[in-house]
Ligand binder design. Structure first.
Ligand SMILES: [Zn+2]
Length: 270
């Protein structure tokens, strides 16, 4: 008797916890990209918005069909685009969160980016704190962007303590900061960075942190992986991150896939 299970090795089901699939870089081949994702085992994607004018665009990406890639969306004001934000966008965010409470899975991408030298840090703080409060009010997790500001971000989330926790996207902080996020109910996102040998500190953390605290991401179309420099990053390459993480942890891709997908769902699924 033929054992079909042996003929068709199960593709591990993967969750790309951070991908800007709404960006124009995907306008010409979004559907094909999603088909390729499905074939590569990438069965869920979270798409975080970056500016108020893109919230409607991101909401169009929502899809929960079991026959195609599940797409979760998150709404927020990204610190990198501070100059586009206006205080009234916070009121609008509240309206959007109320109106789309069935579909919006998180508040994000929000945070602090202190690598930007010409950015007003006080204003960054203002938008970040207001959005943390909104997340807490709507009982939603947050998707965090952080550059050179982990201690400042930790200080704020320790005070406001969004009940549902969240995901620190593209984590590259210290082990101590990682532990503090974990204690506050956060998962840490690892992506293309761990495919580079030179990223020693981040690779070491990805290898040693508890698997229950790790989620996978591509941050596509940004953050190209090693071997793909100069090309558009794409969520179809998430298995490359998986392979690297499995190697770093001397673990099977199946175990890592299963755990990281469960971890992402535990934060982002309603
Ligand atoms: Zn992002």
């Amino acid at each position: 008797m033929t054992n079909f299970m042996n003929i068709m090795p199960p593709i591990p089901e993967l969750f790309d916890s951070h991908c800007h699939l709404d960006f124009p870089e995907f306008d010409h081949d979004r559907d094909e990209t999603l088909e390729q994702c499905w074939l590569a085992g990438v069965r869920s994607i979270c798409i975080p918005a970056t500016e108020a004018r893109y919230w409607s665009r991101v909401l169009k990406q929502v899809n929960y069909s079991p026959d195609s890639v599940r797409r979760f969306v998150s709404l927020g004001l990204h610190p990198y685009f501070l100059k586009s934000h206006r205080p009234q966008h916070l009121d609008e965010l509240k309206v959007f969160l109320k109106r789309h409470s069935e579909t919006v899975c998180a508040v994000g991408e929000i945070g602090l980016d202190f690598s930007l030298t010409d950015s007003d840090r006080q204003q960054q703080h203002y938008y970040f704190i207001r959005q943390l409060e909104l997340a807490d009010q709507f009982k939603l997790p947050v998707i965090l962007h952080c550059r050179k500001a982990h201690d400042e971000i930790l200080k704020e989330i320790r005070q406001i303590k969004p009940e549902r926790g969240g995901i620190v996207h593209a984590f590259s902080g210290s082990e101590q900061q990682a532990q503090q996020y974990i204690e506050l109910g956060f998962k840490l996102g690892f992506g293309g960075t761990i495919t580079y040998q030179r990223a020693r500190k981040t690779r070491q953390l990805a290898a040693s942190l508890p698997l229950s605290s790790i989620v996978l991401e591509t941050d596509a179309p940004d953050m190209p992986m090693s071997g793909y420099q100069g090309q558009r990053n794409t969520p179809t390459l998430l298995p490359v991150v998986l392979e690297h993480l499995a190697q770093l942890r001397s673990s099977s891709t199946k175990e890592i896939a299963q755990a990281t997908t469960e971890n992402a769902l535990s934060i982002l699924a309603k």
